[in-house]
Design a protein around this ligand. Structure first.
Ligand SMILES: [Zn+2]
Ligand SMILES: [Zn+2]
Length: 274
């Protein structure tokens, strides 16, 4: 494996993980990584859902203790692995200003911007798909992604684009994303114009899907349109999934024409060859 950086990771500072930062860092060292970026969830105004595990505050990041623990761990691991501070910010149109202010105040190395909520509903839950086709749900999610990145610019990579594929009620494993090429192109062109990239997210590979997020069509299209900024992330919420399926991810990125990936420090990319 030649990818040396996992830049999408959740520790106990995220509302849906219990994992310690040390165990994650130890796993990253064992996997041969040189860089690791924690990207804890921050979803302002996550809507009420029919799930006893979740409250509207579940995905609110308490930035001060997060940053304090990060700084301690970073220093303790210096010389063994370089640890970065990041966040995965949940986009919704009405929280664009809060997201911008939060990202500036955190002073992170990397901001991953993701869509976890579409028009006040989470595509994770079956109710999102009621009364419409899966294609309509995918189209709405992509349109909402475009709307969000028009309103919120202060991020570095778009998180797990096309992650809705993972939750479709039919449980199919693939969707022909070329069927949505106009909106996909608009999203990718806007990212490229701003120098922003894609989070290549291996969580679906870990769960038995034949592709990462984004899937092949989108990744190749990003490259063909001139995109060069990619990061790799396992989206691990447990230490055993750190750097999961990175060999497959690297092969996929190479197949799409990429020869380099990025590591972010203080919001600036360094390009590293495979
Ligand atoms: Zn996410
Ligand atoms: Zn994540």
């Amino acid at each position: 494996m030649s990818i040396l950086a996992d830049q999408h990771i959740h520790s106990h500072h995220s509302g849906d993980s219990d994992e310690s930062m040390e165990r994650i860092a130890d796993s990253a060292i064992a996997a041969g990584l040189k860089y690791l970026c924690f990207t804890e969830h921050m979803d302002f105004d996550y809507p009420p859902v029919d799930d006893p595990e979740l409250t509207p505050d579940t995905f609110i990041l308490d930035a001060d203790p997060y940053k304090a623990e990060y700084l301690r761990i970073r220093d303790r691991y210096a010389g063994r692995i370089e640890l970065m501070l990041g966040t995965e910010i949940g986009m919704q149109p009405h929280v664009a200003i809060e997201n911008r202010d939060f990202c500036r105040s955190l002073e992170p190395d990397l901001v991953v911007a993701s869509i976890h909520v579409v028009k006040r509903r989470d595509p994770y839950y079956p109710s999102f798909y009621e009364g419409r086709s899966e294609e309509e749900a995918v189209a709405e999610t992509l349109e909402e992604t475009l709307e969000n990145i028009r309103l919120f610019e202060d991020f570095d990579v778009l998180g797990h684009m096309d992650y809705i594929i993972r939750y479709l009620p039919s449980r199919r494993k693939t969707v022909d994303m070329s069927a949505f090429s106009p909106v996909v192109d608009e999203i990718l062109k806007l990212l490229i114009r701003r120098g922003q990239g894609l989070d290549l997210n291996t969580a679906p590979l870990t769960r038995g899907f034949p592709h990462m997020h984004p899937s092949h069509y989108i990744l190749e299209r990003y490259r063909d349109l001139g995109g060069r900024v990619i990061t790799f992330g396992s989206d691990a919420h447990k230490c055993e999934n750190v750097a999961s399926c990175f060999d497959t991810a690297e092969k996929e990125a190479r197949d799409c024409g990429f020869e380099e990936y990025c590591v972010f420090r203080s919001r600036k990319p360094e390009f590293i060859r495979f």
